[in-house]
Every structure is written in C-alpha cells, then in structure tokens.
Design a protein around this ligand. Structure first.
Ligand SMILES: [Zn+2]
Length: 243
C-alpha cells in the first residue's frame, strides 16, 4: 500500500467508525473499541467499534475497490494465524450460490471479515435464519445484507415454473415475488425486465421474512444493534446497488 492509500485508509477508518465507543457485544464484558483499517484482520476490539451504518459503509467502499480493480493486497496466511483462535466479523451476507457473486470477492473482504450464507435465490429457511441469528446475536455482526444478483438462475427458474427434484421446493419460496410482479409483457424468463422486478421483489420479500420469522433479528434491529438491508449485484459490471 503506498503512502497515499495508507493515509486514505486511516482517514476512512476514523470517518466510518466511532473509534472509542464501547460495545458490550455478546462476547462477555464490554470491549473498548479500536479503529478499523481496511484490509487489516478484525479483532474483538475493532469489531466493537462497528455500527450498522459503518459496516454498510465498509462494504460499499469494498465494492468500489472491486469495481475499480484496485482491491487490497491480502495476506491470507497471516490472517489464518490471527483468526486461529477466534473470529470477529462485522457483517453477514445472505447471497446466492451463483459463482459470479461471491460476497468476499465483490466486497473485497478477507478472512474473518464476513459471515456468509449462500443458497440458490438467496432465500431463507430455518437453518439460514439460525445461522444469521448466531452471527448477529452471538458473534457480534452488525449488519445483515440480503444480496440478490442479475441473471439469477433460481429467479429465472421460478419465473418459468421450473420443477426439478428438491429445487422445486426451493423455487416455491420465490413464487410470491413472481406472482406479485407487474412488469408488462410475458411473465417468464425471456422478459428481462420481469426477471429484474422479481429479483428485487424477492430480496425485499426475504427481508420481510427475516423480520417476521426471526424474533431475535427483529429485536436486534428494533434496538438499533443491527440493520437488515437489501442489495443487488450486477453481473455485467461488478457493482452492488443498494435498495
Ligand atoms: Zn442466483
């Protein structure tokens, strides 16, 4: 990292975070917060300085680096050593299994930064909800991102009423969004505008489901301890749009 980028990273850290706030987390005693620096492996004290808004800002900055092609140089071997005895991620991402939409890559994050849950169509079930509850309630994550993406095969399959083994049940979870979409024209995967609308509706429906089916996440959000936000990864340019 050159001097300019280092200075920029330092400034960003202090802009993003309440550097000396205290957070009790759910790890035990209150922890004094220390500043965050992009690319540095998270510790408990750095995690304690995160707020839902600063977590979102760090993800946005990471995607901007990804889009610009100026991702941080990471030392995974060093990060393995630093996280060997514990992890302190600041955010959780529920995304699709799509090979083009890996959260750690599109947000330029490293080992120990994010909890990620991935399932076709970025839908929720009890296991996914339980995972997100662990991440937010027990492990200190400040943000839940539901990350859809353009050209999603699961969404297209739901638009076409596809049926195949266990996938049929999964696609049923996207059907309410298919039925709610109002884009003119054919309501199938050949209508790209329709697919785009269903994709957005599905992200919003998943967020609604999280709030309705997880009392723990709903309470954390109501208390201001976390935020739950929707986003869309554009496979044509690498950008993440936020709903
Ligand atoms: Zn997908």
């Amino acid at each position: 990292m050159n001097a300019l980028r280092r200075l920029s990273a330092c400034a960003a850290a202090f802009v993003f975070l309440g550097a000396f706030a205290h957070a009790s987390d759910d790890h035990g005693d209150p922890v004094a917060a220390t500043p965050y620096f992009p690319g540095k492996t998270l510790t408990q004290s750095v995690q304690a300085g995160f707020t839902p808004d600063s977590a979102l800002a760090v993800l946005k900055a990471g995607n901007a680096r990804f889009v610009s092609g100026k991702t941080l140089r990471r030392h995974h071997k060093s990060a393995i050593g630093k996280t060997a005895l514990g992890q302190y991620p600041y955010a959780s991402v529920l995304g699709c299994i799509d090979s083009r939409a890996a959260p750690e890559l599109v947000f330029d994050q490293g080992i120990g930064d994010l909890f990620t849950a991935r399932v076709a169509g970025n839908v929720v079930n009890e296991d996914i909800l339980g995972s997100l509850e662990y991440a937010s309630k027990a492990a200190g994550s400040r943000l839940v991102v539901v990350l859809g993406h353009t050209g999603c095969g699961a969404v297209k399959g739901a638009c076409d009423g596809a049926q195949m083994g266990n996938l049929t049940m999964l696609l049923d979870k996207i059907k309410p969004s298919v039925n709610a979409a109002s884009t003119p024209g054919e309501h199938n995967s050949k209508n790209h505008a329709f697919v785009d609308e269903v994709t957005e509706l599905n992200v919003k429906d998943v967020i609604k489901n999280i709030r309705e089916k997880s009392a723990i996440l709903k309470e954390l959000e109501d208390q201001g301890k976390i935020k739950i936000v929707g986003a869309l990864y554009d496979t044509s340019n690498g950008r993440v749009l936020w709903y």
